[in-house]
Design a protein around this ligand. Structure first.
Ligand SMILES: *Cc1c(COP(=O)(O)O)cnc(C)c1O
Length: 430
């Protein structure tokens, strides 16, 4: 494509901040030049220099069946041929909503927006509207999109920055947010004792996966339901990444916990920009035009995006790939650990849940459940492994704090090739 990755990066930096549309893509966490991808198919990304990579980032999660899945592609093209935005009521979003409401018991009504960020922002507004309270409890290391009031100790791109908080967030916005540590019932008990009657909602990624993968104890998640109910606050599950990925019904289904509100994104749009928030009927009926909580969107319910989402979700219901993906992910994790035990001068463990995995480079004691347990050397060591793999044609998310995603296109042959490349990288580093 005429220019090299390096040249595209120079061009991009001249006209956009950092040369990217979203921070982590700039490779700041691993160093080097980001690869500018020009096309993709199945498990493979192709950059502007024609080099191919096996992709374990999968556009940060949405692509359960890989790039350009034939069924989804055909549905998109069909929808596109009829028109690509109507700005009216239309059946496409109704069909997607019906499908979700039928399959997910805690979602009685749902509203579509254009990103996970918007979904979270809107859910918080509903929670505040419903409870007439102002404060929100979030967790250290949980990311909920770039909502002002939640850009505090949020992980994702912020995990790589000097300050865990974003500039440009006013003290007033930050002041309504209470940050709690993960995996700590006592801390929450204290927070609710002090602020209980001011807290509108507690929001959590029930499977935190934006600051490494930090699985929470089921009892801890159950405690969140109990303490919020006790104090009349709402429980919001941010399932933008876990919903439809670790299982169709995400963590709500897996844990049997019923949140009051739930947010979706990533997978729900089949690779198009879609987010959604939903929950109990009486809460969702607070949303305009039914109720007083305003929320709107010029391109919301886009017919092409809705079609991609419907096709993705139907395919997930039909093919139920979740158990096989989990098996493949666990098996790859074990293989990586075994190879590391042979060659790496330090321990490497892989934490996985469903089709998400995270490699930890350094000494750990038991399951890593909160950010303080991440070894300080992890970031630099991961960068070395990342570049070794990239050179050999394997693309992981370019940050030690982001997770990997397995899709159905990652065949056992592909995963075996990954293991061989990984072994090669460690041998080279010796
Ligand atoms: C990705 C993500 C978001 C933000 O979604 P965008 O579509 O990037 O705005 C919110 N919450 C969680 C848990 C996410 O993983």
């Amino acid at each position: 494509m005429q220019f090299s990755n390096e040249e595209w990066f120079t061009k991009a930096k001249a006209v956009t901040p950092g040369g990217v549309d979203s921070p982590v893509r700039a490779f700041k966490g691993v160093g080097g030049t980001p690869r500018f991808m020009q096309s993709a198919s199945g498990a493979t990304l192709t950059d502007v220099e024609g080099k191919k990579y096996i992709d374990y980032c999968m556009s940060w999660g949405p692509l359960m069946f890989g790039h350009r899945d034939a069924e989804i592609e055909a549905a998109i093209i069909d929808a596109l041929a009829k028109g690509w935005t109507y700005g009216t009521a239309s059946p496409y979003s109704v069909l997607l909503a019906e499908l979700i409401v039928k399959e997910i018991p805690c979602v009685e009504k749902i509203r579509f927006v254009n990103s996970g960020t918007e979904a979270v922002m809107s859910a918080l507004r509903v929670a505040r509207g419903a409870t007439k309270r102002t404060k929100i409890v979030k967790f250290d290391g949980c990311y909920h999109g770039h909502v002002d009031s939640l850009l505090i100790r949020a992980g994702s791109g912020l995990a790589e920055m000097a300050s865990p908080d974003s500039a440009g967030v006013t003290p007033a916005q930050a002041g309504d947010t209470i940050v709690a540590p993960l995996d700590d019932e006592q801390a929450l008990e204290t927070i609710f004792k002090t602020h209980g009657n001011e807290i509108a909602a507690l929001i959590i990624e029930p499977l935190p996966a934006n600051n490494g993968l930090l699985p929470q104890r089921p009892e801890f998640l159950k405690f969140l339901r109990e303490v919020t109910t006790r104090y009349g606050a709402l429980l919001i599950f941010d399932e933008v990444m876990s919903g439809f990925r670790i299982g169709f019904g995400g963590m709500a289904e897996e844990t049997g916990i019923t949140p009051d509100l739930i947010t979706y994104g990533k997978i729900i749009g089949g690779g198009f920009p879609v987010g959604a928030y939903g929950g109990r009927k009486e809460l969702m009926d607070l949303v305009a035009p039914q109720g007083p909580v305003y929320q709107a969107g010029t391109l919301s319910g886009n017919p092409v995006a809705m079609t991609a989402g419907i096709t993705m979700l139907k395919k997930l219901l039909n093919e139920k790939p979740f158990a096989n993906l989990q098996k493949a992910t666990e098996s790859l994790g074990k293989t990586v650990e075994k190879i590391a035990a042979k060659y790496a001068p330090y321990p490497i463990t892989v934490q996985s849940h469903g089709s998400k995995f995270w490699m930890i480079c350094g000494e750990t004691k038991g399951t890593v459940r909160h950010i303080n347990q991440i070894p300080p050397e992890h970031k630099e060591r991961f960068a070395g492994i990342f570049h070794g793999l990239l050179k050999r044609g394997f693309y992981l998310a370019p940050s030690g704090f982001e997770v990997g995603f397995m899709a159905t296109v990652h065949t056992s042959e592909i995963n075996a090739a990954f293991a061989t490349a990984f072994e090669d990288v460690l041998k080279e580093q010796q």
